[in-house]
Design a protein around this ligand. Structure first.
Ligand code: GCU
Length: 670
């Protein structure tokens, strides 16, 4: 994809029209800065005005310490706190009061989201505060185009919005626009380079720090702090030291100096992200040190400046022998990290993928999340759709994320995953944007990024309600048609799309079955005899991975009660995770009365039918959305249908051949 000129870039959830309600009113804004600029721009377009507050006013956007503060704002009570705001409608005036500029910005975008309804009936003061302090996206962007992974690792939206031809882009307009979109969804932190830090990217920490500073300058007006992925071996590669041992004084000193320079250049720098001892990245194991030693060294270097290190828990043996049934990749993060609980500094955040494997369509929640009460944990989600259709398939992910966030590792009455994350390191997700005109390749994949920000702000939000917000911001203001059918069609296509995707891909939580390397499309045995630890063990009698304590790898024992017992038992284990935890015969009967083999056939036929329906409904929207966008989605739906059929036929045929059991409904299996 070539880079579009800035004016051709899709406005995503902030089209100018979304500001009509604000821009057509008399608005008092305290202070100068982004909120004032936004309001002034909207008023210039829609005939409103920025007023002094002495005369009539429709909207007050003020920091609580502002002077003068219009009388109506003084009547509104409430302490907003960091990033928060109080929202009220009082005496015919809409009031947003915040304690800091970031809170005011979030308040502004709240009014944008409400549109005209922000100016309706009176509303008592409502306090809006983010559930967690840090709401972060990680970019897996490379400065150089990597020979295998391309410019954006697991990127499905073209090139990087930051980097081009081995350097920072000359024009950073899009970075600023990106910051604006992120702020409107609630995100306030961004890591700008791939966790696999290759040779060129390692230099962003030192001699190419100016590039990072330039990105930080674009994002700062929108309250977003920049973080950097660093290579653990930097003292050797960049500093010429003989070692990167985290307990070596020279190494510690090197990190302290490097970090000091970072803060001299970028005073509000967020911190480091580290992938260590994972998939070939260097780490503390080389020096027989623990991951707490490694993380704490960087935490100590960052602490004087208020920075944090996000240390990733994605550590496992990627050179496993497939013949070895005792090694279980699912166990790895817990085996490595649970014994280190309580040994990480306060400003070290352990960043844990939501599942024990790797961003699969369906996995149990990682047992690490329940195992480290003395450590600040961040839960990592994947907005980029590596294993969920690569932004060629419609797959609205918030239903999956909500399930994860609402999961209670200690059983009913215990804390939920969302509580652990919001009480600790917050939520992090791998971004899905690139230099594609629609930002995300598939235009409907924009909704995933928007929704991630909203869930990071408030994990209890309902996915369908977030989708409504996104539709109302993105499409409704720019269409002149009745929004009802548009909204209904998008809900019909998107609400259940994650489950649809699950139906036509790997069954019952077993995972993978994707083409090795790029991970798109089906290949049932693609990873079966590889070193990656991602197997399904299908044979003529049955399928699934025995992870029980009784006869398998013992992974079930990493969960607290009741899940440890629930997952151990094939009778109690939730159907959707059955093959993740158990190797069962094809005739095993699920809770709904169907056998495993029949479930495989039924879901694969159903999944394809659902995609075909989505495609037909989209056809009918021609004329209701922008024609170019309509065409793009239609082409992608054609591809999704083709790919879903391929999945259906390969999976069904594979299991028919293995088991010899015909489809009870006599449908065509090849
Ligand atoms: C997945 C993905 C890699 C990525 C890794 C990670 O395995 O395929 O591209 O580097 O996750 O999260 O570090």
């Amino acid at each position: 994809m070539t880079t579009p000129p800035a004016h051709d870039v899709h406005a995503a959830w902030l089209p100018p029209e979304a500001f009509r309600a604000i821009g057509s009113r008399r608005v008092f804004v305290s202070g100068s800065g982004t909120v004032r600029d936004e309001v002034a721009q909207a008023c210039a377009q829609y005939g409103g005005s920025v007023v002094s507050g002495e005369g009539p006013v429709d909207l007050v956007l003020a920091v609580s310490t502002a002077e003068p503060l219009p009388a109506v704002a003084q009547a509104v009570q409430g302490t907003a706190g960091e990033d928060g705001f109080v929202f009220a409608r009082h005496d015919g005036v809409t009031v947003v009061l915040a304690d800091d500029p970031a809170g005011l910005l979030y308040g502004l975008f709240h009014v944008v989201r409400l549109g005209e309804s922000a100016f309706g009936a009176a509303r008592p003061a409502e306090l809006h505060r983010p559930a967690t302090r840090r709401r972060m996206v990680d970019h897996w962007d490379n400065v150089d185009v990597h020979p295998v992974m391309g410019q954006v690792e697991r990127g499905y939206s073209g090139g990087s919005i930051f980097w081009r031809d081995g350097g920072l882009r000359d024009d950073l307009t899009r970075v600023r626009a990106y910051g604006r979109l992120l702020a409107a969804s609630g995100i306030n932190a961004i890591s700008v380079n791939n966790v696999n830090v290759h040779a060129t990217e390692a230099h962003l920490l030192t001699d190419r720090l100016g590039d990072v500073a330039a990105i930080a300058d674009e994002l700062r007006p929108y309250g977003i702090r920049v973080h950097l992925s660093v290579n653990f071996a930097s003292p050797i590669a960049l500093g010429g030291l003989p070692s990167a041992d985290p307990l070596d004084e020279g190494v510690r000193e090197w990190w302290a100096r490097a970090t000091e320079r970072v803060y001299e250049t970028i005073p509000d720098f967020g911190g480091y992200v580290v992938k260590a001892d994972s998939e070939g990245q260097p780490g503390p194991f080389a020096y027989e040190r623990t991951h707490a030693d490694g993380a704490n060294m960087l935490a100590d270097a960052l602490a004087p400046f208020g920075g944090v290190v996000h240390w990733r828990a994605f550590v496992y043996n990627h050179r496993q022998d497939w013949r070895d049934r005792s090694t279980d990749r699912a166990r790895a993060a817990h085996d490595h990290f649970a014994p280190l609980d309580g040994r990480f500094r306060d400003n070290a955040i352990l960043q844990v993928k939501y599942g024990p494997m790797d961003f699969q369509t369906r996995e149990p929640v990682s047992p690490v999340i329940a195992a480290m009460p003395g450590t600040s944990l961040a839960v990592e989600l994947q907005v980029t759709q590596e294993y969920t259709g690569q932004q060629r398939h419609v797959c609205y992910l918030p239903p999956q994320w909500s399930e994860i966030l609402a999961f209670r590792p200690w059983g009913p009455g215990g804390r939920a995953v969302a509580d652990v994350a919001t009480g600790g390191g917050g939520l992090v997700a791998v971004s899905n944007v690139g230099d594609d005109p629609y930002w995300t390749g598939h235009p409907l994949a924009q909704a995933n990024l928007y929704a991630f920000g909203r869930l990071a702000w408030d994990p209890r939000l309902d996915p369908a309600a977030i989708l409504d917000e996104w539709i109302d911001l993105t499409f409704v203001p720019v269409t002149n048609v009745d929004p009802g059918p548009l909204r209904r069609t998008l809900h019909a296509m998107m609400d259940g799309s994650w489950r649809t995707y699950e139906r036509y891909t790997a069954p019952l939580g077993v995972g993978f079955m994707v083409r090795p390397g790029h991970h798109y499309g089906p290949d049932v045995d693609g990873y079966e005899y590889t070193p990656w630890g991602t197997y399904h063990f299908a044979d003529r009698d049955g399928v699934g991975v025995d992870r029980t304590r009784a006869s398998g790898t013992g992974f079930t024992g990493q969960y607290p009660q009741p899940w440890s017992e629930v997952y151990e038992s094939p009778e109690q284990c939730p159907d959707e995770l059955l093959l993740f935890f158990h190797h069962v015969p094809y005739e095993h009967v699920l809770h709904d009365g169907t056998t495993v083999i029949q479930h495989i056939y039924d879901t694969h036929f159903a999944g394809v039918e659902e995609v075909a329906e989505a495609r037909l409904s989209w056809e009918k929207l021609a004329g209701a959305v922008d024609p170019a966008l309509h065409d793009r989605v239609r082409e992608l739906l054609d591809e999704q249908l083709r790919c879903a059929e391929e999945w259906r036929d390969q999976v069904n045929t594979y299991f028919f051949r293995k088991s010899g059991v015909p489809d009870a409904r006599g449908r065509r299996i090849h």
